[in-house]
Design a protein around this ligand. Structure first.
Ligand code: ASP
Length: 394
């Protein structure tokens, strides 16, 4: 680690503070998983957050893993790994790997839909409650498991976020394998999108003479052949076709960890970074309070500090579901651009958020019906539940 004479290292800063008599009790307390003596001032909830009554997860206590609805395999795996004594922040990375590796999930890892140039760019972040440290990568190309790279940033560097070519070089140096992340299906989807763009030199399907009537194209034949030769392995994850994955965990000692990983918005402008690798937007945790994460329109989650605000609302005494609804209400209230509002003045997009409190209570909410979350509870049982919608309809 860099240790220039003008910038004291973390350990030398600590010795300086200790030598100068500055109390380190706050630091030591949070490292040991103890709640701070007096919580910092917290924001008030936006007005008009509906009271939706008692919810699934309010009364749950003990170890727990929550994820977006595409993650029942991830929560089950993370719970298994965490139960064997692995830290929650590493367990959630092991859990989301199943979805990153799944070619059928078109918005995470391998098989994720590419940017407008047909290149897959991945974003991910991880946070460790006991040290309040985070690691993240954005715009990472050719590496299937960006969450594992984000974890290395957390564990082995003094930085939080590495992007683009720097993130790739770091991943290479850490021994990650480079590979093509496009599947035949995600490549075909990109081609269809590119060809449908209108007046240019790319022929739309209806402008082409191929395949000849009654004939299968060579491409279709090869894609079919490849699909048939693929034998699903034991315990392979259930295929889903959508969804960034967020996953948060709390263990029996009340330590929390959180992770979000995605290929982001399909057909994005190269270099576009969503909320997933942004600490406080796509995921966030505080060991004295709990963890939260999000999926959906990343730009709205960034400008509203989505995951951070959920954790703050939980710290102010709200249940996980209430805290999620309060954060979504803030997003709805702050959606002021005309192009993002429908005729009722509501957001014309959806977002889902997930929260897990230090004591094991959990919940999920979405702007509009449709979102779901997966949870593995202290009894080891995994279920998928609908998120509680802020609004019943657009
Ligand atoms: N939040 C992700 C992003 O904006 C996308 C999603 O969750 O669907 O990159």
């Amino acid at each position: 680690m860099r240790n220039s004479s003008s910038t004291p290292s973390v350990s030398s800063r600590r010795s300086f503070l200790a030598a100068s008599g500055v109390a380190l009790t706050g630091l030591a307390g949070s490292a040991a998983g103890q709640p701070p003596a007096a919580p910092p001032p917290r924001p008030a909830a936006p007005s008009g957050v509906p009271d939706k009554g008692p919810q699934i997860g309010d009364d749950h206590r003990g170890p727990c893993v929550i994820a977006s609805g595409n993650g029942p395999n991830a929560t089950a795996r993370a719970f298994e790994v965490m139960s064997a004594g692995v830290d929650p922040s590493e367990a959630v990375v092991a859990g989301v790997k199943l979805v990153e590796d799944d070619p059928n999930d078109t918005s995470v890892g391998y098989g994720g839909l590419p940017n407008e140039e047909g290149v897959v760019e991945l974003d991910a972040s991880v946070m460790h409650g006991p040290t309040h440290k985070a690691g993240a990568v954005a715009g990472l190309r050719n590496i299937k498991n960006p969450a594992a790279v984000a974890l290395r940033v957390l564990q082995r560097t003094d930085h939080v976020l590495l992007v683009g070519d720097g993130a790739l070089r770091f991943a290479r140096a850490q021994g990650f394998k480079e590979e093509n992340l496009l599947t035949p299906e995600s490549h075909a989807a990109w081609l269809r999108w590119r060809e449908s763009m209108g007046a240019d030199d790319w022929l739309n399907p209806e402008e082409r003479d191929w395949p000849r009537p009654g004939r299968k194209s060579l491409e279709e034949f090869l894609a079919e052949e490849q699909r048939q030769s693929r034998v699903p392995g034991d315990g392979e994850p259930i295929p889903f076709t959508w969804g960034t994955i967020h996953c948060s965990a709390v263990n029996a000692s009340g330590d929390v960890g959180s992770c979000t990983t995605t290929s982001g918005l399909s057909w994005k402008i190269p270099g576009r970074v969503g909320d997933s690798p942004i600490v406080g937007a796509g995921m966030y945790c505080e060991n004295a309070v709990g963890a939260a994460g999000s999926t959906g329109r990343g730009e709205s989650l960034i400008v509203n500090c989505g995951a951070f605000s959920i954790v703050q609302f939980m710290a102010s005494g709200m249940s996980p579901t209430q805290a999620c609804l309060a954060a979504l209400k803030r997003i709805a209230d702050n959606t002021l651009e005309k192009r993002l509002r429908n005729e009722r003045g509501r957001p014309n997009f959806n977002a889902s958020v997930y929260a897990l409190r230090k004591d094991g209570a959990y919940g999920g909410a979405c702007l509009y019906p449709g979102g779901s979350f997966a949870v593995t509870t202290s009894d080891g049982v995994t279920k998928v539940h609908p998120c509680v919608p802020l609004f019943d309809a657009m």
